[in-house]
Design a binder for this molecule. Structure first.
Ligand code: ZN
Ligand code: ZN
Length: 122
């Protein structure tokens, strides 16, 4: 899958997004040359939807620290939402989460980004 290339070098513009279902990883190459790789469980834990994250002050499903099943961390498909987000489809049918490119970049798990990030209570 290739995202539309925009003539910008903004860090939140993906040049290519590749889901490797064999390796269980989602790789993103950004317009500024940075490379991000998520393993599927990490990505699943980041689901930003109201069900997973909660809303209106209510805790979400992920806040209860559920044990995720193999299906729940199996990425079966991923669609682009306009030019700003990715919508993964999980093995259990969950697909409510719109992961904005901004958020995907912000949570980049690489060592470089982890160092640059203020330590959050993970
Ligand atoms: Zn969700
Ligand atoms: Zn990074």
């Amino acid at each position: 899958m290739t995202a539309d290339a925009r003539p910008a070098s903004e860090p939140t513009v993906p040049r290519t997004i590749h889901a490797d279902r064999t390796a269980g990883r989602l790789a993103i190459d950004w317009a500024d040359g940075h490379h991000t790789e998520y393993d599927f469980p990490t990505l699943r834990w980041l689901c930003p939807c109201a069900f997973c994250r909660g809303e209106a002050g209510q805790p979400g499903w992920l806040d209860s620290r559920p044990t995720l099943t193999a299906d729940q961390v199996r990425l079966v498909d991923a669609a682009l939402v306009g030019r700003y987000a990715l919508e993964p489809v999980w093995g259990d049918g969950h697909r409510q989460g719109f992961y904005t490119f901004e958020a995907l970049r912000e949570h980049c798990p690489c060592a470089e980004c982890a160092r640059a990030r203020p330590a959050a209570g993970v």
